[in-house]
Design a protein around this ligand. Structure first.
Ligand code: BTN
Length: 336
């Protein structure tokens, strides 16, 4: 058992960016004993600290497990993250979020887990990640009718993840239709939207997975923040950043309407301007993707129609495959 984690103390140490902070500065308004108890509590939780007899205390690294208090601290969101639940081991975070949809009071609930025993990907596939290596997160929403389309919610999750990944790495994060976030063609995250009483946006984001952790068949097609930056990611800070981005886009959707997401979604698309093959229930079409719009759909300049354009609604598109690259494996997926 651990007691409450003193988050202001933690943030004071983190903000010093590895420098020692004198005990006198840390303990302002506290007895030395109370400060020692708080520091011991941080270490017991798993935060890595270094103490020096004269120089004070320095922050050396995040806890290996997610810290709910750290995630919630000054989160400042309007709709998403009003309640955050962190689990050790669950079947699927999407299941827990769907269960909570029995009450609309749970709008904005965020479920996080260290490990899933049967994490799901799209099309009945499995989502596999070693314990405490990733962000496994589900957000429960009760969107207005205009925002309730699975395509819009998937785009919301993908844009939010892409923005966080880009900010974290300084690299160009792109959305591969419809639900993958990739860096230089390697998948770093997947989104799974499931709808029932409410809508659940499930996100699997590879944070601290090493190359060796991936099955051999994913070595060339998957990546993680740790692989890209060479540094261990503080997953609690990552969760905070992602919850904030999701909240921001969701709130803009409510106040400005679904079109507000369009520019960011279009700009992050991996396919815009590419020659692609689109499969719909009525058949397969090849052409250059000249526009993407969540309401109007995809606009193709068809190769065999002298560049005549054709529109496909987002809902009708079953697959979208770049013609130059070929389909290739694109998921952190084990086929059952
Ligand atoms: C995909 O790429 O096919 C989507 C993968 C989505 C995985 C996440 S992990 C958290 C949430 N819970 C699940 O069971 N799935 C999603």
């Amino acid at each position: 058992m651990t007691g409450a984690v003193n988050i202001p103390l933690l943030q004071r140490l983190r903000n010093a960016q590895g420098a020692f902070v004198p005990v006198a500065e840390l303990g302002a308004g506290k007895t030395l004993d109370a400060l020692r108890t708080d520091l011991a509590e941080l270490e017991r939780f798993g935060f890595v600290l270094e103490s020096h007899p004269y120089r004070g205390v320095a922050y050396r690294g995040p806890a290996a497990r997610l810290c709910p208090d750290q995630i919630e601290h000054e989160l400042g969101t309007r709709r998403v993250g009003r309640r955050i639940a962190v689990w050790n081991r669950v079947v699927s975070t999407n299941d827990l979020a769907a269960h909570a949809a029995a009450s609309t009071a749970n709008e904005g609930l965020v479920i996080l887990a260290e490990e899933q025993t049967a994490g799901r990907g799209r099309r009945g596939r499995q989502w596999v990640a070693p314990a405490s290596s990733s962000l496994l997160m589900s957000v429960l929403l009760f969107p207005s009718e205009h925002l309730a389309e699975a395509g819009w919610l998937t785009a919301l999750g993908a844009v939010a993840v892409a923005e966080v990944v880009a900010a974290w790495t300084g690299l160009d994060a792109r959305i591969k239709w419809p639900n993958d976030v990739r860096i230089a063609g390697q998948k770093i995250a997947g989104i799974l939207v499931e709808r029932g009483d409410g809508a659940v946006i499930g996100i699997g984001l590879n944070a601290n997975i090493t190359r060796a952790d991936f099955p051999t068949e994913l070595h060339d097609t998957a990546t993680s923040l740790r692989i890209l930056t060479g540094e261990t990611v503080d997953r609690s800070e990552l969760a905070r950043a992602l919850i904030r981005r999701i909240d921001d886009w969701y709130d803009r959707g409510w106040s400005l309407g679904p079109d507000a997401l369009n520019p960011a979604w279009r700009d992050r698309s991996e396919h815009l301007g590419q020659l692609v093959q689109v499969t719909t229930p009525s058949g397969s079409h090849m052409g250059r993707l000249i526009d993407l719009d969540l309401r109007r759909g995809l606009t193709l300049a068809e190769s065999d129609q002298n560049g005549r354009t054709r529109q496909f609604s987002v809902r009708d598109v079953l697959t979208l495959t770049p013609c130059q690259d070929g389909p290739g494996p694109n998921s952190q997926i084990v086929t059952p």
